[in-house]
Ligand binder design. Structure first.
Ligand SMILES: [Fe+2]
Length: 358
């Protein structure tokens, strides 16, 4: 960061207040900074939240607010303020795609702006910038990139273009993710991770994501945890749930990742990765029952779950998957729909269906 800011400071201004899971309020502050200093463009140096802050601020500078006006598909009317993205994590792929995630604090969920006008004008992928990344962040962002690749590859909206991108992403990530987490100074592994995350990020714009991200959106807001951690905790349980519906694509994924020849090899590998690098994040979570029930009511209605996921998930399935995903016991990751139902969750679901807030 110092290397970049020292070069920028002579002719620009540094704003270093981007927050994790950016909100409309935090993005408005960033946009006001850009306007107040009569900037010519934004150079976003950071992780996915930082780059999304810049992309969303670029929408506000070009088209005004409020931000929620632009949430959804193809609502941004034209070109945005220019953004150059320099990622310092390898995960979101935001530096190369046209999706922007914004935390809606009132509804405690993530919203997305999806518009081709939100794509940065340039991205600089430099593995040297990953060398000081903490191992836990490397694991969380890396597994998020893999989740993008897997979910888009098995999406009901997948097409030959997204399949090609996702298989290429998995080939890059598979042999390098654990190596990179163990040594973030490994330039070759970091380079592969950056490229894999970028390809997965582009592919996600075509085929979108499935149940893992549908469940992560409401959970991240309620639990206040990083997106990648949430995704990585949920991924093995959801992969196990989906296995019967996309066996051949999971087999192709295992081969692309270089971890085996069977669909089950993929699920086992994901569980092992979670256990090795992410499970302690679940141990610290405070999970009142209401978190599962209200989040599940929202997740099950997300198109990622209801339309794109290869296997349809019921409300009870989603609660069981939250329980398995946030469990600290590996054995709890294999779930069935009969594990779950909770009475107050029915109330939450009914409230949503009737239009009341849950
Ligand atoms: Fe993600």
């Amino acid at each position: 960061l110092d290397m970049v800011t020292s070069r920028v400071e002579a002719n620009g201004r540094v704003w270093a207040a981007a927050r994790e899971n950016p909100t409309a309020a935090s993005i408005e502050v960033a946009a006001a900074f850009v306007v107040d200093h009569a900037c010519d463009g934004i150079i976003a140096v950071g992780g996915g939240s930082c780059i999304d802050t810049a992309k969303a601020a670029a929408v506000l500078v070009a088209h005004g607010g409020p931000l929620k006006r632009w949430c959804g598909a193809d609502r941004v009317p034209g070109s945005c303020f220019p953004v150059i993205a320099i990622p310092t994590t390898a995960g979101s792929g935001s530096e190369c795609n046209w999706h922007v995630s914004v935390l809606d604090e009132e509804a405690a969920t993530k919203r997305t702006i999806r518009s081709v006008h939100c794509c940065p004008v340039a991205a600089i992928l430099d593995p040297a910038l990953l060398s000081t990344l903490p191992a836990k962040q490397a694991a969380a962002s890396g597994i998020d990139a893999l989740a993008h690749a897997l979910e888009a590859f098995t999406s009901c909206e997948a097409d030959p273009l997204s399949d090609a991108l996702m298989l290429a992403a998995m080939k890059l990530i598979g042999g390098n993710l654990a190596r990179f987490v163990e040594d973030r100074g490994d330039v070759a592994a970091g380079h592969a991770q950056l490229l894999g995350a970028a390809l997965a990020g582009i592919g996600v714009c075509h085929a979108r994501t499935g149940l893992v991200h549908a469940m992560a959106r409401p959970a991240v807001g309620r639990l206040g945890i990083p997106h990648g951690v949430c995704v990585g905790l949920l991924l093995p349980a959801v992969a196990d749930f989906n296995l019967s519906a996309c066996e051949s694509k999971y087999r192709d994924s295992a081969r692309a990742l270089g971890i085996g020849n069977a669909a089950e090899d993929l699920v086992s590998w994901l569980a092992e990765f979670r256990s090795s690098y992410l499970e302690d994040a679940a141990a610290g979570l405070d999970l009142p029952t209401g978190v599962y029930t209200t989040a599940a009511a929202e997740a099950v209605r997300d198109p990622g779950a209801s339309e794109r996921n290869p296997r349809k998930a019921s409300y009870e399935d989603v609660i069981a998957l939250y329980r398995a995903g946030f469990s600290v016991s590996e054995s709890a990751q294999r779930v069935t729909a009969t594990d779950a139902p909770l009475e107050d969750g029915r109330d939450a679901l009914n409230a949503l269906h009737s239009g009341a807030s849950a």
